[in-house]
Design a protein around this ligand. Structure first.
Ligand SMILES: [Zn+2]
Length: 491
């Protein structure tokens, strides 16, 4: 009996390893096949309809990493060879649409359409392309299937060159197959702003390599900036009723969250990026305001001008590149069911702690720390509660002063008074986290992923939580997740 079991185990692991090691040259040509489609729907229904397919340049990914090792992203795209029925490529990703599905309007049935792209290495022979979606238990099931013949003349095979764009290779470390290839596309830079674009590009590349683990892995990255001229400077700010004609369709107030900045013209973003081989696309938005967004294996968007811009950039790229989750839980984010209760999140840095013995970062826990870890949450929560009350009081008092036709001077005085109190309360909240006695220690701290209870984060504070200008560290758990992803693209 024992013998049978071990034979079975051997066979099973053999099958598994056969599944994860795919011979690139046997199945693929060294070209990128871009599959564009429209994704429509609401929280319960969705439709995928094909737009176009394109053959575009060298495959930027790692020929030795064709099957994703991670289990992240709301969707997965899979490629099956139709001669052998073997899985020969898979990638996980989330999109703006997948976030839309968790918002109020989608839950109440309003359907919307988003444009999406999947990049795969171009197979040599006919293949089955499948898009899978995660159910609420995080199990993948197919939502779209298409048999594709790579020699089909409907697949567009034209030059990717665009006349007015300019390409700046800022970090060059060689073969795109063995490096992480980032492309930073400028948005909202007019012809007069081209010098600003170059300065911003250099600045953020410097910021990128100033933190770990990027600093010690700098030889593993290629970074290219692409300037594409914009008709107007800046971006859309719907709440302020300011709209700007820009090529990539970026806008604040995504899902009615004022600071959430994303870029919706996916087709243009992909056309601009396709001029170079890339693994990840970042959209750098020329505006002096706090905001950004990052969606796993989809896009990173960041505003260049706020005092917290470095942190925004690093934080959003953490979401997009390594699938890191948000570690904060007091915010105006508009997701209603982002993490279903009682289900372990796929994010490497957020856990529901369903079994403390199986904590996914168990091996990194600091000696002597209990799981879950007491961190003075009640004190932190009461500070945040006071902040919420004070902001509310400010709004109603100012409104009352306006209604009773007080002088502008009196209103300004009242405003300044509240702002000072808010400022000092914010400093107290910052200090609680930034100077916490458990700073840097790894445990399981309750409060993460927009939820005060039932979700846990690995450190009291990190780059995925509250921005500390004097300490831009991600913490060991997040660093490990980032390094694993770098290795996936390079080894
Ligand atoms: Zn975030």
């Amino acid at each position: 009996m024992k013998k049978t079991v071990s034979l079975f185990t051997c066979l099973f692991s053999l099958l598994l390893s056969a599944q994860t090691h795919v011979d690139f040259n046997r199945y693929f040509q060294d070209q990128t096949l871009r599959i564009d489609y429209y994704h429509s729907g609401n929280a319960t229904d969705e439709w995928i309809t094909l737009d176009n397919m394109y053959i575009q340049g060298t495959w930027a990914g790692n020929p030795a990493g064709l099957i994703q090792w991670y289990n992240m992203g709301k969707y997965a795209a899979k490629v099956y060879d139709l001669v052998s029925n073997n899985l020969i490529f898979s990638t996980g990703y989330s999109t703006t649409f997948s976030e839309y599905q968790t918002t109020g309007p989608a839950i109440s049935g309003t359907s919307r359409t988003y444009h999406e792209s999947v990049l795969i290495p171009c197979p040599k022979k006919r293949f089955l392309f499948i898009i899978e979606k995660r159910d609420k238990y995080n199990i993948l099931y197919p939502v779209y299937k298409l048999v594709i013949d790579p020699s089909d003349y409907h697949i567009i095979n034209e030059s990717t060159k665009r006349t007015d764009d300019e390409i700046y290779p800022v970090v060059k470390n060689g073969d795109p197959h063995k490096t992480v290839d980032l492309v930073i596309v400028g948005e909202g830079y007019t012809q007069q702003d081209q010098e600003t674009f170059k300065k911003d590009l250099d600045y953020f590349v410097h910021v990128f390599f100033s933190v770990e683990p990027y600093n010690s892995h700098r030889k593993k990255f290629n970074i290219t900036g692409i300037y594409t001229p914009s008709h107007e400077s800046g971006t859309d700010e719907p709440r302020q009723r300011r709209y700007r004609n820009t090529p990539l369709g970026s806008s604040f107030n995504t899902f009615d969250s004022d600071r959430y900045l994303l870029a919706d013209n996916n087709k243009v973003i992909r056309d601009v990026a396709a001029q170079v081989p890339y693994d990840a696309v970042l959209v750098m938005v020329n505006i002096d305001r706090y905001g950004g967004g990052g969606i796993f294996n989809w896009q990173t968007v960041f505003a260049t001008g706020s005092p917290l811009r470095d942190c925004v950039f690093l934080h959003e790229f953490g979401h997009a590149f390594a699938g890191l989750g948000d570690e904060y839980y007091t915010s105006d984010v508009s997701y209603e069911e982002f993490y279903p209760a009682g289900i372990e999140p796929t994010d490497p840095n957020v856990t529901a702690l369903l079994d403390p013995q199986q904590l996914k970062w168990k091996d990194l826990v600091s000696p002597g720390l209990e799981i879950p870890t007491e961190w003075g949450k009640a004190v932190f929560d009461s500070l945040n509660h006071s902040m919420a009350l004070l902001s509310k009081e400010k709004a109603s008092v100012i409104q009352r002063l306006h209604d009773s036709n007080e002088t502008p001077g009196a209103i300004r005085n009242a405003e300044n008074n509240y702002n000072n109190r808010i400022f000092s309360l914010r400093a107290e909240i910052d200090s609680f986290l930034f100077n916490h006695p458990l700073k840097g220690k790894i445990g399981a701290f309750e409060g993460a992923g927009y939820q005060s209870e039932g979700l846990y984060r690995p450190t009291v504070n990190s780059m995925m939580h509250r921005f500390d200008m004097n300490d831009r560290s991600f913490g060991k758990v997040n660093e490990r997740a980032i390094i694993k992803m770098i290795e996936f693209y390079t080894e």
